[in-house]
Design a protein around this ligand. Structure first.
Ligand SMILES: Cc1ncc(COP(=O)(O)O)c(C=O)c1O
Length: 384
C-alpha cells in the first residue's frame, strides 16, 4: 500500500544531522553548529521593513496564487534582465516557488516515467532532494560518479550517445552543494548541446549563483539561445531569507513551463502574499547581496587559513558558503566528524550527500563573523 521508497524509512540526512547538533545543545554542550546552510547573519532589512508595512496596511488575508503575484513575477523578470540581460515574461517563463527545494522536488512530476528507459541523472555527491524526488515518483535514476579527479562534476565525455538517449532530466548544481565547485562556460554549453541533441532537460539548481568570491559563475540564465534549461532560483541564500520561502522557476521552454505550472497549481498555494511583497524588495536590491558577498569573503579567508594550518585539505571552490574537506590523518567522514566534535564543532559527513562523499566533511560558514572567530580558535586546538 505504501510507496516503496518511503517504506525504506530513510530520514532526510540533513535533518538527522541537524537533530544531533540540537540534541548536544539541549544537553548543555557549547557546540558550534555548522551542519546546515541556513544563513545566520541578518535577513535583508528592506524585506523586514516591507513586511511590517504590508501587514500594517492590509487587514485581509487571502489565498496567494500558486504561481505568484504579477508584481512578484515582474520583480523577478526585472532582476533577470538587470543581472543576466535575459528577457523573460511572467507566467510564460517565470513562476514563483516556496523557496527552491519544494520546486526541485516537484519538478519530476512534470515528466512521464512510464517508459522505464528514461532516467533522472544527478551526481553521486549531491543535494539529497534530487534522489528523494526521483525515487518518490518511481523514476529510474542514474548517479554519475564524481570525485576530486573529475573536479566534482560528472565527466560528460565518458558518456556514450546511446547512454545519453536514456537521460530525460539532468540535475546540475553550480556552485555545488556540498563542494562549492563551479562549472565553466564550456562545460555548461556542452551540457546544453547534449540536451538539445538527445532531447533532455537540464534542471539547474542555482541558489548559490550570486554568492561568489571573485567572479559570478556561469549559470543557465547566461544561455539566451537555449530552451533546454529550467532554472531554480531562491532568495534564501543571496538575501538570507530561508524562513520566508521565496524562490522562482525560470525557463525559456514554454512547453515545460506550461506543464510544470499545471502540476504546481493543485499542490497547495503560493508563498504568502506578505512574504512575496518582502521578496519584491529583495529581488530589487543588489546592495545587500554585495554586502553579503563581502562578509563571506572575510569569513572564508579567516576559516580557510585556520583549516590549512591544521593540515586540512580544502577540495572545493571559493563560491557559496561551504568548505569540503579531508585530512590525511583521518581518512573517514566519521573520524573527521568526531575530530571536530571533540572541539565542540558539528559538521556534516560527506556521506550525507552520497557514498562517494566518504572521506570528506562539509563545513558551513554562513555564521556570524563573531562565531567565525570562535570557530577559528577551536580549529586551532585540533591536534595533529
Ligand atoms: C543545492 C541546494 N538547492 C536548493 C536548496 C533549497 O533552498 P531553498 O528551498 O531555501 O531555496 C538548498 C538549500 O540548502 C541547496 O543547498
Amino acid at each position: 500500500m505504501i510507496n516503496p521508497y518511503l517504506k525504506e524509512d530513510r530520514e532526510y540526512p540533513l535533518i538527522t544531522i541537524k537533530r544531533q547538533a540540537e540534541q548536544l545543545k539541549a544537553e548543555g554542550h557549547d557546540v558550534i553548529d555548522l551542519t546546515i546552510g541556513d544563513p545566520q547573519d541578518q535577513t535583508f532589512d528592506g524585506a523586514v521593513q516591507t513586511i511590517q508595512n504590508f501587514m500594517a496596511a492590509n487587514s485581509v488575508s487571502q489565498y496567494p496564487l500558486a504561481t505568484g503575484s504579477t508584481h512578484y513575477l515582474e520583480a523577478v523578470s526585472n532582476w533577470a534582465e538587470r543581472n543576466y540581460q535575459i528577457e523573460l515574461e511572467p507566467i510564460k517563463h517565470i513562476f514563483s516557488s516556496n523557496g527552491s527545494k519544494e520546486a526541485i522536488f516537484l519538478f519530476a512530476l512534470t515528466f512521464d516515467w512510464s517508459d522505464r528507459a528514461k532516467e533522472i541523472w544527478f551526481s553521486s555527491i549531491s543535494y539529497p532532494v534530487y534522489e528523494a524526488s526521483a525515487r518518490t515518483v518511481n523514476a529510474p535514476i542514474r548517479k554519475l560518479p564524481i570525485d576530486r579527479m573529475s573536479g566534482f562534476f560528472p565527466d560528460l565525455d565518458v558518456i556514450t550517445d546511446i547512454e545519453w538517449e536514456r537521460c530525460r532530466l539532468f540535475w546540475i548544481n553550480s556552485p555545488h552543494n556540498p563542494t562549492s565547485m563551479t562549472v565553466d562556460r564550456a562545460y555548461f554549453q556542452r551540457l546544453l548541446s547534449l540536451a538539445e541533441k538527445h532531447g533532455f532537460i537540464v534542471g539547474s539548481d542555482e541558489c548559490y549563483n550570486e554568492l561568489y568570491d571573485d567572479q559570478r559563475p556561469v549559470c543557465s540564465l547566461d544561455f539566451h539561445q537555449s530552451d533546454r534549461w529550467v532554472a531554480f532560483r531562491s532568495l534564501s541564500k543571496r538575501s538570507h531569507m530561508t524562513g520566508f520561502r521565496l524562490g522562482a522557476v525560470l525557463s525559456q521552454n514554454e512547453e515545460i513551463m506550461k506543464y510544470f505550472r499545471l502540476c504546481r497549481s493543485p499542490i497547495g498555494v503560493g508563498t504568502p502574499t506578505y512574504n512575496q511583497e518582502a521578496g519584491i524588495s529583495a529581488w530589487n536590491d543588489e546592495q545587500h547581496v554585495e554586502h553579503n558577498r563581502q562578509q563571506y569573503r572575510q569569513k572564508r579567508k579567516l576559516i580557510r587559513s585556520a583549516l590549512m594550518n591544521r593540515g586540512f585539505r580544502i577540495h572545493g571552490g571559493r563560491d557559496g558558503f561551504y568548505f569540503w574537506l579531508s585530512h590525511p590523518d583521518w581518512p573517514t567522514a566519521e573520524q573527521l566528524c568526531n575530530l571536530f566534535l571533540s572541539q565542540g564543532i558539528c559538521v556534516t559527513p560527506g556521506t550525507a550527500f552520497g557514498e562517494d562523499g566518504e572521506g570528506y566533511i562539509r563545513l558551513v560558514y554562513c555564521i556570524s563573523l563573531e562565531l567565525c572567530q570562535k570557530l577559528r580558535l577551536r580549529i586551532e586546538k585540533i591536534d595533529r
